[in-house]
Design a protein around this ligand. Structure first.
Ligand code: ASP
Ligand code: MG
Length: 403
C-alpha cells in the first residue's frame, strides 16, 4: 500500500513534535507500506520569514519571496529525515523541485501543472521513506514558486493523485471536521465522513481545516482524504464524493464567518444592465461578491445589497463610488457589524424542512435575519455579528442535539 501523509506546521513545531511524527511514519513503514510524507514549515516559520523580508524591503519581488519561503519547508524535511535516520530508518528529503512538482509561473499563488514522479518512484523502489517539502514547486524557468498559504495540503493531494496512492492522510492539530466549532459549541461532534462539496462550503465559511484548493483538487482526481490529529490517536474525518451519512443526516455542519461586510447601493435604477455594471465594477476591482439581494423598492428604484470579505469592503466602496454615475445609484451604505451563519449538508437535497427548522431556531432566539441565500446544500443567513455565536448554538441544538 502507498500512503501519502501530510503534517502541518504545528505537528512539526519542535524536536519533540518531530519525534512524535517520526513515530507515526515509522509505524506505518513497519507495516510494509510505501511512505511519501509532505511537511509544512515548523510552527510560525513562514510568518517569521515574511517578517524578516519586510525588515529589508516593504515590497520584495515575488520571486525572491518564494525563494525565501521555500526554505521553511526544507528545514522540516531535512530535520525529519535526520530524526528517522537516528531511528535507523532509511529516509530521503526532496524539495518540490526534486519531487517533480511543476507549477505555473504565478509566484506566491502558483498552481500545480503536473507532477513528474520518476524520482519519487525510484526512492520508493529503494524502500526509502520520502519526505517532500510542501507548499512549493518550480516553474518552467526552474524558479521556486509557492502555492499560497496553507499550500502543503495541495502538495499532498497532488502527490497522492500522481502516485495513485491508496491513502492520503492530512494530519493537523484538530481531530477532524466537526459539526460546529468545538471550542464554541460544547455539543459539537466529530464527523466520520463529509463530502467534498460540503467540505468546500464549510471551508469557505471559515472552518479552516483544509485549504480549499486541495479539496477541489481531491474532488477532481477522486483522492479520498482523511483529516486527523497528529497528537491524538483516533480516527479522523474522511472527505469523499459520497458519504453514507448523506442519507441519515440532514445536515453536516454549521459555520459562521465574521470576516464579512454588507454594502448596499441605494436607489439603483430599475433598468436592464444595472446589476451587470455594478458587479462588473466589483470584479474588475478584484472584489469577490458572495450574496446578492435586490429589493424591489418603489418608483422604479431598487436597493442592491451584497456581501464581501471585510478586508475587501473599502476597495469595493471606492470602486463603486468612482463609477457612481455610470452605474446609476444614489449612495452606498456599509455595515461591517454582521456575520454570516451557514448550515451545510448534502442531505438537504432530499429534505425540504431544514430551512424551516433553521429559521425557527433564529426566531426562537429573536434574531433578525437580514439576508438569506440558499444552494442545494447550504443555507446562509446574514445576521448582526453580536448574535452569531448564539445563533450557531441554537441551530446546533435544534438540528443535532435533539433526536
Ligand atoms: N508553510 C506554509 C504556510 O504556513 C504552507 C503550509 O503550512 O501549508 O502557509
Ligand atoms: Mg503553516
Amino acid at each position: 500500500m502507498l500512503i501519502v501523509q501530510k503534517f502541518g506546521g504545528s505537528s512539526v513545531a519542535n524536536a519533540e513534535r518531530i519525534r512524535n511524527v517520526a513515530g507515526i511514519i515509522a509505524e506505518n513503514y513497519s507495516f510494509g507500506h510505501d511512505m511519501v510524507v509532505v511537511l509544512s514549515a515548523q510552527g510560525d516559520t513562514t510568518d517569521e520569514l515574511l517578517d524578516k523580508a519586510a525588515e529589508l524591503n516593504a515590497a520584495p519581488s515575488q520571486r525572491e519571496l518564494d525563494m525565501l519561503l521555500a526554505t521553511g519547508e526544507q528545514q522540516s524535511i531535512a530535520l525529519m529525515a535526520m530524526c528517522l535516520e537516528a531511528m535507523g530508518l532509511p529516509a530521503v528529503s526532496l524539495t518540490g523541485w526534486q519531487a517533480g512538482i511543476r507549477t505555473n509561473a504565478d509566484h506566491g499563488l502558483a498552481r500545480i501543472r503536473r507532477v513528474d514522479p520518476e524520482r519519487l518512484r525510484r526512492e520508493l523502489d529503494k524502500k526509502q521513506i520520502v519526505l517532500v517539502a510542501g507548499f512549493q514547486g518550480v516553474n518552467k524557468f526552474d524558479d521556486y514558486t509557492t502555492l499560497g498559504r496553507g499550500g502543503s495540503d495541495t502538495t499532498a493531494v497532488a502527490l497522492a493523485a500522481a502516485l495513485h496512492a491508496d491513502r492520503c492522510q492530512i494530519f493537523t492539530d484538530v481531530e477532524g471536521v466537526y459539526t460546529a466549532d468545538p471550542r464554541k459549541v460544547p455539543g459539537a461532534r466529530k464527523l466520520e465522513e463529509i463530502t467534498y462539496d460540503e467540505m468546500l462550503e464549510l471551508a469557505s465559511m471559515g472552518a479552516q481545516v483544509l485549504m480549499n484548493r486541495s479539496v477541489q483538487m481531491a474532488k477532481r482526481y477522486g483522492v479520498e482524504l482523511e483529516v486527523l490529529s497528529s497528537l491524538v490517536r483516533a480516527p479522523g474525518t474522511k472527505v469523499k464524493e459520497v458519504t453514507r451519512t448523506m442519507e441519515e443526516m440532514k445536515i453536516t455542519g454549521i459555520a459562521k464567518d465574521e470576516n464579512v461586510a454588507r454594502l448596499t447601493a441605494a436607489d439603483v435604477a430599475d433598468k436592464p444592465g444595472v446589476a451587470f455594471r455594478l458587479l462588473h465594477t466589483l470584479s474588475k476591482a478584484g472584489v469577490n461578491v458572495d450574496m446578492i439581494i435586490q429589493a424591489n423598492g418603489k418608483d422604479g428604484a431598487n436597493d442592491i445589497s451584497f456581501v464581501v470579505a471585510q478586508d475587501h469592503a473599502g476597495k469595493a466602496y471606492d470602486a463603486l463610488m468612482a463609477r457612481r454615475d455610470a452605474i446609476g445609484f444614489d449612495h452606498i451604505s456599509m455595515d461591517e457589524n454582521i456575520a454570516k451563519v451557514s448550515v451545510v449538508g448534502a442531505g438537504m437535497m432530499s429534505s425540504s424542512n431544514i430551512a424551516a427548522e433553521v429559521f425557527e431556531a433564529f426566531s426562537d432566539e429573536h434574531i433578525n435575519i437580514q439576508m438569506i441565500t440558499t444552494s442545494e446544500i447550504k443555507i446562509s443567513c446574514v445576521i448582526d455579528a453580536a448574535s452569531a455565536d448564539r445563533a450557531v448554538k441554537a441551530i446546533h441544538r435544534r438540528l443535532f442535539e435533539t433526536a
